[in-house]
Ligand binder design. Sequence first.
Ligand code: AMP
Ligand code: MG
Length: 430
Amino acid sequence: MPIAKHLDQTSTPAMTKASACDEHDPHWLSLEQASVRILDQADAVKDTQRLGLREALNHVLAENVRSPINVPSYANSAMDGYAVRSNDLPDDGAHTLQLVGTSWAGTPFDGELDSGQCVRIMTGAKMPSGTDTVIMQEQVQRNDTQITIGNGHMCGENVRYPGDDIKKDSVVLTAGKRLTPADLGVVASLGIPELTTFRPLKVAFFSTGDELKPVGEPLAEGQIYDSNRYTLHGMLTRLGVSFVDLGIIPDQPEAVEQAFLTAADQADVVITTGGVSVGDADYVKATLEKLGLVDFWKISMKPGKPLAFGRIKQAAFFGLPGNPVSVMATFYQLVQPALRKMTGETNVEVITLSVPTTSTLKKRPGRTDFQRGILHYNDNGELVVSTTGMQGSHVLSSMSEGNCFIVLPAESGSVEAGSPVTVQPFSSLV
Ligand code: AMP
Ligand code: MG
């Protein structure tokens, strides 16, 4: 489906009026609508690569992984103790058994046990032939080459059976899964040294704005440091995509045009910050309209109302707002899910919780708010959330101090302290 051109909402009179007082306009896209449109156009990369197990961490699996073996592959002991035949377990009183050898992890006991015999066994060691039960060493009395066992034991206790963890030929990991540390361990337990993953997505990004200075240089009057490229660097690194940072582009038509083209030539996705709000939208808009198919959207979310989305050449394009909190909020809510889909990831689920707020949260009905909160335990040990304080889209310290978004639905007004609210922990956002 081509990028729709019909959604140029910047020209609706109602929106102009509403945006002047920073309220809400029914013509704006809801967050859900924006999300659906973006995800509809986010196509997964097709190319795959073989990666060594360690390198595959955080990459997305392109093929199912089937187990070539049972894990564990043989019955073994879950404890340090004595391997016995369950027929020798006493129903009441105690039995004394003869110790005939030791089964070490890696060096099994290779004899066969007769009735009345037992073997010293270590955790992970193979169960000797004829034995089916392990008695913990703390539960026997040992006297040189004899042990005495009391009653109350069960056949099969402290034994791990073949395939307990993973059955041979079963699908252990499904294509579309982002590989976690546990996944690497599971694959290693199958003896598989390499995995087929989707190639990483390549993202190019830059900041726009004449007022922006790179860190390390002194600020002149009216200038600010460019922080957006740092938050983007961090978020993209966490996401495991490869990226190129094209720096700060001044508000000059030729420079912006060149930067868009350079970015689109070397990446699957181009992300810019700044220049999409009402003040300078016309200027960036003109450049984008010349180069590609880009819509300018007003989205009913706060922070992060303006967003440009579309395509420049073959690259998907996200023009994020300039304000630093808006950049992070729009990235997490709209860009990241699309990037995850484009990297081949399926089943992207963000965990949310419902917890009481300890603060009164100011809000007007209209937009979905992503206020910054601190999720913590109160004196009664209950999980609660408190506001980080000032919620302006320029207050980037709120993202650093906070550990979650407090998500207030569009229709909601202010929320009284004590009421339950939905929170999205930052840690669940990759
Ligand atoms: P804009 O969307 O370009 O109008 O920018 C909105 C606000 O965000 C202005 O206050 C800008 O100075 C600020 N801003 C834009 N880009 C950045 C950046 N890269 N780092 C920090 N602040 C920025
Ligand atoms: Mg600007």
